[in-house]
Design a protein around this ligand. Structure first.
Ligand code: GDD
Ligand code: MG
Length: 331
């Protein structure tokens, strides 16, 4: 089976980090997020992926080369301007062919059982089946009430909190029949969530199921950081546990940690330098970060090559690639 990956969005909520890369390439436990998505596909026997790109598309070149090297056939489609979540799928129609396919929001970190979702799709003879996941605040997602047999009652994208009829939301993992493509106009900007899905619901062609699994959309700084901490702490399945320090830190290659520094539940990118007596906790450091002596960094995301002056206290901030933060600055 082929899996289409939606990876062409601008990632605005993760600026400034996404000024220089698509969010899908931000590291989760020191590997590009998209590599975890490709792992999931391979784990479930999906060996052909269609990567739909637009914003900063060339940044994915390395991903494609390394995926092909490990036996995943990857094809890339490119939208010169983002065509929307359904428009992107329609744009890839010629590559998808005439068989059942998977589609995924490529900014989702999950260890959901794709095979089980495909089985449910076939059992119900559905045109489209989507994965549901529970969240505390459904208002920033697609809210999807269903009947007992999984038939979707309605699909409401990002409703006000008071109008959300369930806390089960669209997890952005879909099984689709090729006939679905016929409902999307060619060459137009078209939204899966606001245009295509409501049509499929009206036609009683869409089913949805909750499978117990880890799930996180990495699209905001808080959730991106959470996904990393969940992976470090084992809530998300990965082999990272074998590589952690006693204090739950993951250190990249050529990281220098000076005497008296402490690093707890954090990932530190390659070639970073942590100064004497510095304290890092619950944070993500991209490659090449420099933290000065005695600085304290807690709940932060530090962009590639960021510099934190000695003695600075940082709490809950995101620092852009290459920025310098000094003790005197207002945050
Ligand atoms: N190729 C392509 N073209 N990809 C796109 C485009 C486009 O025009 N627009 C968005 N994408 C990609 C994004 O890069 C991302 O990987 C994925 O599609 C979803 O877009 P987001 O912008 O992250 O959407 P969201 O998080 O606000 O909401 C979506 O995901 C939620 C679950 O995380 C919706 O599908 C919700 O219904 C859902 O609950
Ligand atoms: Mg998202």
């Amino acid at each position: 089976m082929k899996a289409l990956l939606l990876a062409g969005g601008l990632g605005t909520r993760l600026r400034p980090l996404t000024f220089t890369r698509p969010k899908h390439l931000l590291p989760i436990v020191n590997r590009p997020h998209i590599d975890h998505v490709l792992d999931l596909l391979q784990l479930h026997g999906v060996d052909e992926a269609v990567l739909t790109t637009s914003y900063l598309a060339e940044a994915f070149n390395e991903t494609v080369v390394s995926a092909r090297a490990r036996g995943l056939a990857v094809q890339v489609t490119h939208e010169s301007r983002p065509l929307g979540t359904a428009g992107a799928i329609r744009h890839a129609a010629s590559v998808l062919g005439a068989e059942t396919f998977l589609a995924m929001n490529a900014d989702v970190l999950t260890d959901a059982d794709l095979g089980a979702l495909i089985d449910l799709h076939r059992d119900r003879d559905a045109r489209m089946t989507l994965l549901l996941t529970p969240v505390d605040d459904p208002s920033s997602y697609g809210v999807v009430p269903t009947y007992d047999d999984g038939l979707v009652q309605g699909f409401v994208e990002k409703p006000p909190m008071a109008e959300a009829r369930t806390n089960l939301i669209n997890a952005g993992v879909y099984v689709m029949e090729p006939e679905v493509l016929e409902r999307i106009p060619e060459g137009e900007t078209w939204s899966a969530e606001r245009q295509l899905f409501p049509e499929l619901v009206d036609a009683k062609e869409m089913y949805a199921f909750h499978l117990d699994a880890y799930w996180m959309d990495i699209g905001t700084p808080q959730k991106y950081l959470r996904a990393n901490l969940d992976a470090l702490q084992g809530a998300y399945r990965s082999d990272v546990a074998d590589h952690l320090t006693r204090t739950g830190a993951l250190l990249g290659r050529d990281v220098l940690v000076a005497d008296g520094a402490s690093i707890h539940t954090s990932s530190v990118g390659d070639a970073s330098r942590i100064g004497a007596g510095a304290r890092i906790e619950g944070s993500v450091l991209l490659p090449g970060v420099v933290v000065g002596d005695g600085a304290s960094v807690s709940g932060c995301i530090l962009g590639a090559g960021a510099n934190v002056d000695g003695g600075t206290d940082l709490l809950g901030v995101t620092v852009a690639d290459g920025d310098s933060i000094g003790g005197q600055e207002e945050l």
